[in-house]
Design a protein around this ligand. Structure first.
Ligand code: DGL
Length: 263
């Protein structure tokens, strides 16, 4: 039982709120510190070493805030820095890649799985490598999406060409792919538009990641079992921009404050 400490969740920006939403549903009593590294967003076109440096800084910040577990709510950061964070963290670290894979293999019928992700996640082969371990004779196609994350951060709705761009990225999956993994935590924010253009199962990593967190908290006797709902604190290190509006819309809650800090 650990009622004073928090769960630390981070992403390159607002995308991790899609994981946060499932965590709030499953673990409403947990205190949460959410950090969006929007000064350094997007991660998707950065080099591995650079992403690792940012993630280690964030780990330091979350540990200073007394976090008892860390959720890397970003596929790109999970692909680039899961191992280095796990090695450097005295508290459990959870990534998001295994969750999307679990969800996809549960629902695919024809074993044709599509991965919609950032260029870094695609070239890291993190999904392909994990899926191949399942020995299921899967056909996997990846689509690297350079523009989606920056457009979502900037406010998806304001881009007149958004559906055209999305259509291009989804055109990779015309081979009968029956299951699409939203392998970037920003993409559930635009799921309605993706659903209009992709016929099949659309899975993301959020629910499974929340379940993995529950499991880790239970196993390590870290779960908060107070009677009260937890407190959620939001931090970013860049401009406030659309962060608060996008997060409020997606989470369907009112956010009192988003603190801007310098890390
Ligand atoms: N939400 C991040 C992910 O899941 C976006 C990465 C980026 O900043 O490009 O990959």
């Amino acid at each position: 039982m650990d009622n004073d400490k928090s769960v630390g969740i981070f992403d390159s920006g607002v995308g991790g709120t899609t994981v946060l939403k499932e965590i709030i549903k499953l673990l409403p009593k947990e205190n949460i510190i959410y950090f969006g590294d929007n000064k350094n967003s997007p991660y998707g076109e950065k080099k591995e070493e650079e992403i690792q440096v940012h993630c280690l800084e964030i780990l330091k910040f979350l540990l200073k805030k007394k976090c008892k577990a860390i959720v890397i709510a970003c596929n790109t950061a999970t692909a680039a820095a899961f191992e280095v964070l796990s090695k450097n963290s005295p508290v459990p670290v959870i990534g998001v890649i295994s969750g999307g894979i679990k969800a996809a293999i549960e629902v695919t019928k024809n074993k044709k799985i599509g991965i919609l992700a950032t260029p870094f996640t695609v070239s890291s082969m993190a999904y392909i490598n994990e899926l191949e371990k399942k020995n299921m004779d899967l056909e996997i196609i990846q689509s690297p999406c350079k523009d989606l994350c920056p457009m979502i951060e900037a406010g998806w709705g304001k881009f007149k060409n958004r559906k055209f761009i999305l259509e291009e990225y989804l055109s990779f999956f015309k081979n009968g792919t029956d299951t699409l993994i939203l392998a970037c935590t920003h993409y559930p924010i635009i799921k309605k538009d993706i659903e209009e253009l992709f016929i099949g199962n659309i899975v993301d990593t959020a629910k499974e990641t929340a379940m993995e967190l529950l499991d880790v908290l239970n196993k390590n006797a870290l779960k908060n079992n107070s009677d009260d709902l937890g407190e959620i604190k939001f931090y970013i290190n860049g401009e406030l921009g659309n962060f608060k509006n996008i997060a409020e819309d997606f989470l369907e809650i009112k956010i009192l404050e988003v603190k801007q800090i310098d890390i």
